[in-house]
Design a protein around this ligand. Sequence first.
Ligand code: F6R
Length: 594
Amino acid sequence: MCGIVGYVGEREAQPVLINCLKRLEYRGYDSCGIALLGGRTEVYKDAGRIEELEKVLQSNESRTGIGHTRWATHGKPSEVNAHPHTDCSGKVAVVHNGVIENFLHLKEQLTNEGHTFRSETDTEVIPHLIEKYYQGNLEQAVTRALGDIAGTYAFIAIHADCKELVVARKDSPLIVGIGDKEYFVASDAPAVLDYTDRVMYLEDGDIVVITKNDIKITSNGKQVARPECRVPWSIEEAQKAGYDHFMLKEIHEQPRVIRNTYAGYISTIEPEINLEIKRAVDFDNILILACGTSYHAALVGKHVIQRLTHIPVNVDIASEFNYSDTVVGKTLVIIITQSGETADSIKSLKKAKELSCHTLVITNVVGSSATRIADDVLYIKAGPEISVAATKSFIAQLIMLYLFALARASVDVRSRGSLIAELRQLPNKVHEILDREGEIAERGKYLAEYENAFFIARGINFPVALEGALKVKEIAYIHAEGYPAGELKHGPFALLTPNTPVVAITTRDNTYETLLANIKEIKARESPVIAVAEEGDEEIEKYVDFVIRVPRVDPIFSPVVNTVALHLLAYYTAKERGCSIDMPRNLAKSVTVE
Ligand code: F6R
């Protein structure tokens, strides 16, 4: 959460910072600001989006500056709480992502020493600590300030008397982009892609001093080097390409994303899956940990892996695992995280390592924090996902879980061959759904009229019901609950009225007949029902008000086609309600606080 940027080089810093901030806005967008170094430190802030900030900027030729786009943790979104924060003299400015846990204590101490605070934020203690310790050397002042701070941070500090950026990282992501006589600092790599694809990923404990010609990284008091990497994404991939929203573009990218994810793992000559996790590891059960949409992928993964391999699989919400006394034996722990930066997932990964489990991360972001902690990594190769609501990364996570299970499947070779063949057909099946976008848009207009909804399914599609409901909550601001169809009558039935539509996922697997019976019970309570049903299922028409058609696939792959339909449904529902689809209120793409 929160995006930070820094620039030092030969270009005017202001437009560079604004451009980079726009690419980071998905990390937080409730207020923003920049600070530029000249004879003094100039600060501009706005309690709104970056386009609002641009209106208050004045021309400034500074070649060094820092910027921030905020997702509020301490203090409401307002101009005074927006970053950069400054010290009493106005010479020091700091942008920060993370949480300073002991800020109340530090604030009290600094106030007693004569410092005056303006904001409600935790961050403001950092510039004041730097001011307290500054004796002509910014790096030394930052190092001493860090000695007082407890918590998580990625921050950049500037001082009017110095021509450098001083950067520090602990438990919050940070990269340095390398140009020709210029450096960029950012919370993640797509922010700097307009200027360079050469980056360094900073490590926890790094303190970095950057001028336009030089970079010095220190860790535990010793100078260190961090390897330079190429970002595997192009700038075009991080743009809207004519779509109204990133979310719609990302849904439309899914056929290509599915191919990208399985390419390299499926041999084209003799269909086999070639997916070995790096180190030989002996496990007899699996625990999958994740948050939000990635958690829903994990729940589908449990069904898929157990069905194909008979290896027992448990799934836990990462933040809950952190408090659980889960007993692990020869357990492979899989962490699913699109961003690789989610604080709860990282914490659960660290806990799994402490418990001596072998850990495997399934992620989209090369070089992200999780990839540097886990024993093994599988990249889903979905390309940059900009919309806050995860869509293509969810589908790619599912594909990776199918590959993982198929590679270990205990089913006979013929069944495995036909499942692999069907997996390769999924891009075409997703195209078929995208071709029906207009019909799904009509259903979205219908759903948009309601304030409450249920999403139901059974078995492998129950997580898809959770996912459909999450998306409608998240981007259309409709209160929606995902329920196993069998559970509805154990309480939620009390809420069924003609104003409570129910979206039912009616794949023709072993759940179908019971689900039809559930739909009849729901109709008896006069709730409108929208079914997500397979092509050729004429029976369903008799029981429901509307049908969204998806192509027939082996039921094990039905979560893919059903989810694409539900993501489109959520998109068009939100569009009809005029919501801010790519940046829903109060949310951020990368949740780096617990
Ligand atoms: C919802 C959504 C979130 C994320 C969750 C975990 O559309 O995107 O629920 O899935 O914050 O994020 P990652 O996968 O980056 O760990």
